[in-house]
Design a binder for this molecule. Structure first.
Ligand SMILES: [Zn+2]
Length: 179
């Protein structure tokens, strides 16, 4: 049987020790996805997790240093990273698959992720926490769409409203939550 995920740092206590907030729950986890896992990163962000995707060409050491500096867990498919010197390699989850469903199922099992609790609370483009839209901003919601729970990104000013697109994404998140 192949192991689809290997967690170099195997338990939550170690994760808590690494992150600035010493007693964070799963909802406080922050992630750095390598480029191969940008798709997974998008869904982590849709689920409300503070998630960034690595820059093009960023090497292992750079990724590990960034994860450590920003209190993020590096998610990667790169097994070579296990050869990196400790303690840099501590907060790393190495996945065998970059398929979103498999990767998400393993992350959920290992880290206790909740894919639905805070869905659509971050900008999908730049990871910024959204705020409620003002009445003026709600005017920008297309006619016939529900603007009651519209949100705005304070950084890029994108407007998010509920519609068929969010329903589709909610279904996908529910699927990821089921594993
Ligand atoms: Zn934004």
């Amino acid at each position: 049987m192949t192991k689809s995920l290997q967690l170099i740092m195997p338990d939550r206590e170690h994760i808590n020790a690494l992150t600035p907030q010493a007693t964070i729950g799963p909802e406080g986890l922050r992630f750095l996805c390598d480029r191969m896992l940008a798709g997974l990163g998008k869904w982590l962000r849709a689920a409300g997790y503070d998630t960034v995707v690595a820059d093009h060409g960023a090497g292992d050491t750079h990724l590990l240093e960034r994860a450590t500096r920003e209190g993020r867990i590096l998610i990667t498919c790169d097994r070579h990273i296990e050869k990196e010197r400790p303690p840099l390699r501590q907060a790393v989850v190495v996945l065998a698959s970059n398929r979103i469903d498999e990767a998400a199922a393993e992350l959920t099992r290992r880290l206790g992720l909740d894919w639905e609790h805070r869905a659509f609370t971050r900008c999908l483009c730049d990871n910024t926490v959204l705020r409620s839209a003002t009445p003026e901003e709600v005017q920008r919601v297309p006619e016939g769409c529900d603007g009651t729970a519209a949100m705005v990104c304070p950084l890029c000013h994108r407007l998010y409203w509920r519609g068929s697109h969010t329903s589709r994404m909610e279904k996908r998140l529910a699927g990821l939550a089921r594993g």
